[in-house]
Each structure stands twice: as structure tokens, then as C-alpha cells.
Design a protein around this ligand. Structure first.
Ligand code: NI
Length: 176
């Protein structure tokens, strides 16, 4: 079921989400189905449970090749529960981000260049990956939602924050 996505300003987006305690339950699977439906409907790259008003440590993400975004790196479709992120090194790089909770806007956000992430899928199977670049950026963005952090809070120079149609005129960029 497609759910409403909370927008920045809603206090629920600022809460720290709670760990999932039971895997493979009908409730957890229904939550993930709703998150997938909602993300697909809005053509998003990722979604965190708090964005649909559920305060649990669950994120989903995935990016596939799309002629509209020939330069976008692919990211495997992933359900990640109770994630733990560990940066590798201290290198950060700037990149443009958007968010379904901040529609129509983009900002330049620093993220760790390389990190390891661990967690579980919907059924409790372990996930353990070391990633870089855009994949790592997506994971860091989504997991921030579990700690009540929205990407505008991480923008270092607010001159690099604006409306997507003004920043990138003549480009067909999705509104997330
Ligand atoms: Ni977001």
C-alpha cells in the first residue's frame, strides 16, 4: 500500500527509531511492502520507515540504470534492518542529495567515501558490505533518517541548497 511520506517539519522525522526485535513477522513484511510500494510510486532511490511514520530501524534502497540518469551508479535493491555503519577512513566527498521528505529540493552534502555496513534482511539473514561512492551515499542518507537526521542538517554551505528546477534547469530530474 502506498503511504503518505512525512515532510520536513514533522517532528516524527526527528525521532530516534527503535530496533526491530522480531524478523519475518507479518507486521515487518507488511511494513516493507508498504515502503517498497511508496518508494516505487515516488520513483525514489531509498526510503526509511520513519518517513512513513513508523519509528523502526528499517531502510530500503536501490537504484537501477535509467536512461534519464545515465551517470547514476547502480545500487542493489536492499532491505536493511537494524543497520550499523562503520566509516573506513576519514575521507569525505561532497555530492548532491534529495529526499522524499524534502520534495523539490537538492543540497550538497559531505559523506564518507567508503564504509562498511552491516544489518539484517527482513528474515534476519545477515548483510555485510563494504561500499564506496553513490552506494555509500545512499546508505548514509537513509540510515541518518533512523537517527532523526535530514540531509539539510548536514549541508555545510547553504549556498549549495535550492530548488531542483532552478539549480538544474532543462534537466529532467525526479522530484525527491
Ligand atoms: Ni531521505
Amino acid at each position: 500500500m502506498i503511504r503518505d511520506v512525512l515532510r520536513m517539519g514533522d517532528p516524527r522525522l526527528l525521532e530516534v527509531a527503535k530496533p526491530v526485535e522480531a524478523f519475518g513477522t507479518p507486521e515487518l513484511l507488511a511494513l516493507i511492502t508498504d515502503m517498497r510500494d511508496t518508494m516505487a510510486h515516488l520513483d525514489g532511490a531509498g526510503l526509511a520507515a520513519p518517513q512513513i511514520g513508523v519509528g523502526l530501524r528499517v531502510v530500503i534502497f536501490g537504484v537501477h540504470s535509467n536512461p534519464r540518469y545515465p551517470d547514476a551508479e547502480e545500487v542493489p535493491d536492499t532491505v536493511l534492518v537494524n543497520p550499523i555503519l562503520t566509516p573506513i577512513g576519514s575521507d569525505q566527498e561532497d555530492g548532491w542529495e534529495g529526499c522524499l521528505s524534502v520534495p523539490g529540493m537538492r543540497g550538497v552534502v559531505p559523506r564518507y567515501r567508503q564504509l562498511r555496513y552491516r544489518g539484517f534482511d527482513a528474515y534476519g539473514a545477515e548483510i555485510d558490505r563494504t561500499v564506496t561512492g553513490f552506494h555509500g551515499r545512499v546508505v548514509q542518507h537513509e540510515c541518518d533518517h533512523l537517527d532523526g537526521i535530514l540531509y539539510p542538517m548536514r549541508i555545510r554551505n547553504l549556498a549549495n541548497f535550492g530548488f531542483v528546477d532552478v539549480l538544474f534547469p532543462n534537466q529532467d530530474i525526479r522530484d525527491d
